[in-house]
Structures are given as C-alpha cells and as structure tokens.
Design a protein around this ligand. Sequence first.
Ligand code: AMP
Length: 357
Amino acid sequence: MSDALAPGQAIGILGGGQLGRMLSVAAGRLGYRTHIYDPGANPPAAHLAERVTCAPWDDRAALRAFAQSVAVITFEFENIPAETLAALEDLRTIRPGLRALEVSQDRLEEKRFLRGLGLQTAPFAPVASTADLAAAMAEFGPEIILKTRRMGYDGKGQVRLGAGADLAAALAELEGADAIAEGVIAFSAEVSVIAARNVAGAVAAFDPGENLHKSGILHQTRVPARLSAAQRSDAVIIAANILNALDYVGVLGVELFVTPGGILVNEIAPRVHNSGHWTQNGCAVDQFEQHIRAITGLPLGDGARHADVVMTNLIGDDIDRLPDYLVAPDTAVHLYGKAESRPGRKMGHVNAIIRAR
Ligand code: AMP
C-alpha cells in the first residue's frame, strides 16, 4: 500500500478507444490523471483524459515525452507493435508487461503457452501451404477454422472451411499472413472470466459472464452464466493460472468454450474486456477500477456481484434504439462519444439489471 501511486499522479494509457475512455473515468475517480497515446486524431478517450498525444507508434521522441510525463504505463489495445512497448519499457514500468502482450498477439504462441500450462484448447496447427491445410482438415475435420496468427479480433481474419472448400483460395485471401488452423469446437456456451492480479500477487475474479456473438462481434454478455458450481470454479482457476504464469499485473480477459469434456481456452486479452462491461452496474468495483487499482499498487476490490446483468453492445445502427434504452427500467447507458456510426462500430453499450419482479 505504501508503494501505491500517490493521488494526483498520471497514468499513461496506450490506445484511446472506449476502453481507454472508461479507464480514464475510473482513474479519475481514484484521484489519478491520465495521458492517452493514440495514433488517431480525436480518439474517444481524449474527451476524458487530462492529456492526449496523437502520434505514430514509432515516434521515438513522442514516446519518450509520453513516458516521462507519467508514473506508470498501461494499454487498452493488444495490437500495439512490440517495438513500441520495448522502447517504452526502458523508460517506465509497463503493466501488464511485454510477455503478456507478445503471447496474446500471436494465436500460435498463445495456444502453445496455454497448452504448456496444462490447459485445454482447440486442436491447432501452423499453416503455410494447402498441404498443411489439408492435413489439418484430415486430423481435426470435418470442418476447421483458418485464422491469421496476428491482428485478428472480432472474428476478423478468420474463415471456416468444410469438405470441398477451395483451400488455395482461402490461403490466398490471407495475402501471405502467417496462419493457424483450428478444429471446430462444439461448445455448449462461450463464457469469459475477467480477472485481476495486483503488484502484491493478489488475484480477484469477477463472476464468469456468458457471451453471445453476432457476425463474430460480441452482442451480449449475461451474468450469471449458466454454469455448474464446478464449471464456475474451473473457469476462475484457469484465469488465475494464466495470471500467475505471466506474473501479470492488471485485468485480463479469458475467453472460454464450455464443452461436456471440460472448459477450453479460446483466447486471452491482456486488458479490460468488452465482456466485462457488465461489472460497471453489477459490482461495487468494476473492471476498469480494478485495473487501475492493480497497476497503481492499490489493494484489489473483491469484485463481488450484487445483481444479475445483461450487457448489450450498441453496434452501428443499434444506436438508433437509444431513445428506448434511455427510458427502459433498471438500464444504464454507456456511450463512447463517437460522432459517426458505421456498420460494426461499437458506439456504446447498455447494462440492464435483471430483478425478480
Ligand atoms: P476469436 O477471434 O478467436 O475469438 O473467434 C471469434 C469467435 O469465433 C469465437 O467467439 C467463437 O464464437 C468462434 N470460434 C473461434 N474459434 C473457434 C473454434 N476453434 N471452434 C468453434 N468456434 C470458434
């Protein structure tokens, strides 16, 4: 506690999207200031941060000035070039560290890391040719998913291939990007655990949420997830295992597939996570505050849930339903300050508290 960042100190956040915006709100509530670094002009977090640097990820002078202006650095986006983090690491503590970022940036490395911890994942194989693809199909088939190793999110950079698929065309679509093939998991549900670990090594997890996707993008998260007590504790133990193995400091999102044979890890996100937005209205300490607590050396909040919640993302035209949400009972609206809606663009989310009436 005595080593915690003093009130009034500044936290540097790499990435200025809605996650950086909500982290800035939480930091402000705990008495900290934030400085956002983002290559884009007028990022959503800029409205709520004390300072903003808009500069490319490889602008050494801007990175240096940014690092010197803050007491600790974190990130809200995992596709930051590793070289950017490496340059900053020499100047300031980064939480979570580089290892977590590197593992999560590369699906192959991520799966190998998870298997190394004894965790279950979908079967996978690196793919560089149609022969590799055909071999993966023969082994994991009848259907496989071809994914780029890097830069994939919200279902981007991935395609399902069944019997008779044109493997050469599927590979050509990737334009030479490194790829992996995964077996298709027949899951009964997708759940995620949002968990935190602080500087002292304490771990706290939020109740697992059950996720529903539409067109590869998260549509809804519901808590409680429909899990048995044993499945719930398995899910939390998996997250704690990963946090400890990475000597992680901050909030981590762990996406899981529930199957009759156990819980498999799909992927990890080394940051606050869309499927944890329900905590803003379901817990006294939400995921954003938990992350700020973790990286500033404060004790973690307990993360206990005081309500059942359904979080619904407002994507693209969904924002047209805002008038209805604004008058819906027990519903909190969270908007990201984006002027223009586009298909697939996350404009905000709503948290509906579910009460027995
Ligand atoms: P990802 O980008 O890996 O999170 O994948 C996006 C979504 O695709 C996941 O949330 C799942 O719904 C689905 N998906 C990804 N990988 C698999 C898999 N190996 N088996 C079944 N569904 C998958």
